[in-house]
Design a protein around this ligand. Structure first.
Ligand code: GLC
Ligand code: CA
Length: 533
């Protein structure tokens, strides 16, 4: 049985915003907090009751806010602390929660701590980072190249698991733990209801043993952050980078006082053999990952994070759906497969209108620091055309293009004569909020119906899950039951077929095509949910 606290979280639906790309309010081409405030009704109307903001703290933006230079202030481009207060008020007055993105593993090298630290040994900040006279191991940065960077001022090397301007904090220094506790408390006092924690597994390392994540003191540090009485009620989701169930139990067991849940990324492999290489695939792969994790998290009474997209992932419907003729059908079918399962749903901006992946003709149109690093690496051996194909496929910019609100020049994201920080999505004229809402096949309205079904029925939140279809079937059938209420969910994959259910059902209450009965012939990507009699 899920703990009461976790049961409660299954009633949350978290809408993830990439603030830079959501809505610009002042025509500078960069999304901002006032822009978000202007869209709160849109988000609430969808059925979300919480918002996760990607980092909005002061930052020079080498990694779009994941390089924080002041955790207690707002990024200039996004607005002011007053705007943040207004956003918190706007959310809370609508009964919605705020989840902030905490980046505890590294700071920007612009952060005052780093600037002090690099001045030399023997100052209070000297040991806030990892400094070595000689490069101690062969760790590579996630964005390419060595993870060690020489700093001429200090005359030593420092560690950066990500870009060179993202220096890893030394959590073995108790002063760092204290600083980060202060940051958490500062935001909780302001009204923040939870945190998404960036690369949480990295904060404890074992430099001698050559392991830069899951170090020996990881659990101790997480508890130091979130196990304290003041904050232990918060919702916390870690970006975990593990799919080892024993590990996950240690992080997310309800008695552990660490995290509410972790993002598990297994299913992100759908439709690709690595980040930049596509692979023929089917919804069956997604189904199999989902079933595996429903079973494992259930067995261990863990809260599972239901997500299929985020700011680091190209849109899944372009990898395992049909994002052209059957875009609406694929988007709604995948949503139904995932979001009527047990756990806490996360919806990434644009997903609710079935936004597909983007395409650009020149590498100059890309911004993502990760993909640019890979581009240069690939270019050593591949043609320009092949490189661009890879980058278009895997770039995180796919998910970071300005939100497509309408078909105007800058897709309603910013003024028509402004220059958006990243090009509008190349399919924005065809896929945008205004058009979706005006269409008979509205992905947004489907999501809205789905989320309402979930909200109105505990069975879909924390009821039992039973899977009926077999691993080899080209469709997915599961039931959700709680007390005497039982529901069946049917999701067909790519081919038309007959699906006979072993029980009698009422007429489907949710369906992406016209359906009178839950059993019968299903078109490609057709789905339905119905009450079992
Ligand atoms: C996480 C974030 C990603 C960022 C990285 C470094 O993976 O989701 O966007 O680049 O951490 O902070
Ligand atoms: Ca702006």
């Amino acid at each position: 049985m899920l703990s009461e606290k976790y049961k409660d979280f299954t009633g949350w639906t978290i809408y993830q915003i990439y603030p830079r790309s959501f809505q610009d309010s002042n025509g500078d081409g960069i999304g901002d907090l006032q822009g978000i405030i202007s869209k709160l009704d849109y988000i609430k109307e969808l059925g979300a009751n919480a918002v996760w903001l990607c980092p909005c703290f002061k930052s020079p933006n080498d990694d779009n806010g994941y390089d924080v230079s002041d955790y207690r202030d707002i990024m200039d481009e996004f607005g002011t602390m007053d705007d943040m207060d207004a956003l918190i008020k706007g959310l809370h007055s609508r009964g919605m929660k705020l989840i902030l993105d905490l980046v505890p593993n590294h700071t920007s090298t612009d952060h005052r701590w780093f600037q002090e630290s690099r001045k030399g040994r023997g100052n209070p900040y000297s040991d806030y980072y990892y400094w070595f006279d000689e490069i101690p191991n062969d760790w590579q940065s996630a964005f390419g190249g060595s993870a060690w960077q020489y700093d001429a001022l200090r005359g030593q090397y420092y560690l950066h698991t990500f870009a060179a301007s993202q220096a890893d904090l030394n959590w073995d220094n108790p002063a760092v733990v204290k600083e980060m506790q202060g940051v958490v408390d500062f935001w909780v006092d302001k009204g923040c209801d939870g945190f998404r924690i960036d690369v949480i597994d990295c904060i404890s390392k074992n430099i001698e043993m050559g392991e830069n994540s899951h170090g020996p003191r990881l659990h101790e540090y997480i508890r130091a952050l979130f196990g304290r009485e003041k904050v232990s009620h918060l919702f916390t989701v870690g970006e975990g980078n593990t799919n080892d169930i024993e590990d996950i139990v240690l992080h997310c067991g309800s008695e552990r006082n660490e995290l509410s849940t972790l993002f598990i990324f297994d299913h992100m492999e759908c439709g690709r053999s690595d980040k930049f290489t596509p692979k023929e695939d089917s919804l069956k792969t997604l189904r199999n990952h989902l079933v595996y994790w429903q079973t494992e998290t259930d067995k261990n009474d863990l809260l599972y994070s239901l997500f299929i997209e985020n700011h680091d992932q190209p849109q899944i419907i372009s990898r395992i759906g049909n994002d052209k003729e059957l875009r609406y059908e694929s988007a709604t079918d995948i949503a139904t497969m995932v979001y009527l399962l047990k756990g806490v749903p996360f919806i990434y901006q644009g997903q609710e209108i079935g936004m597909p992946a983007a395409h650009y003709d020149s590498i100059d149109d890309f911004d993502d620091v990760e993909c640019l690093g890979y581009y240069h690496k690939y270019r050593e051996t591949l043609s320009e055309e092949e490189c661009l194909r890879k980058i278009n496929f895997g770039s995180r910019d796919n998910a970071r293009h300005p939100m497509a609100w309408d078909d105007s020049r800058n897709s309603g994201f910013t003024d028509e004569n402004a220059t958006p920080w990243l090009l509008p999505h190349n399919r924005a004229a065809e896929v945008n909020v205004a058009k979706d809402l005006a269409s008979e096949k509205s992905v947004y309205r489907f999501y809205k119906d789905l989320l309402k079904l979930r909200k109105d029925n505990k069975a879909f939140q924390y009821g039992d899950v039973e899977v009926f279809s077999k691993a080899e079937d080209d469709f997915f059938v599961y039931t959700r039951s709680h007390g005497d209420s039982k529901w069946v969910v049917v999701c067909n994959f790519e081919t038309q077929q007959n699906i006979e259910l072993p029980f009698e059902c009422e007429m489907p209450v949710l369906a992406n095509m016209n359906r009178a009965t839950a059993s019968g012939c299903y078109a490609p990507y057709e789905c339905a949910a119905a009450k079992v009699k």
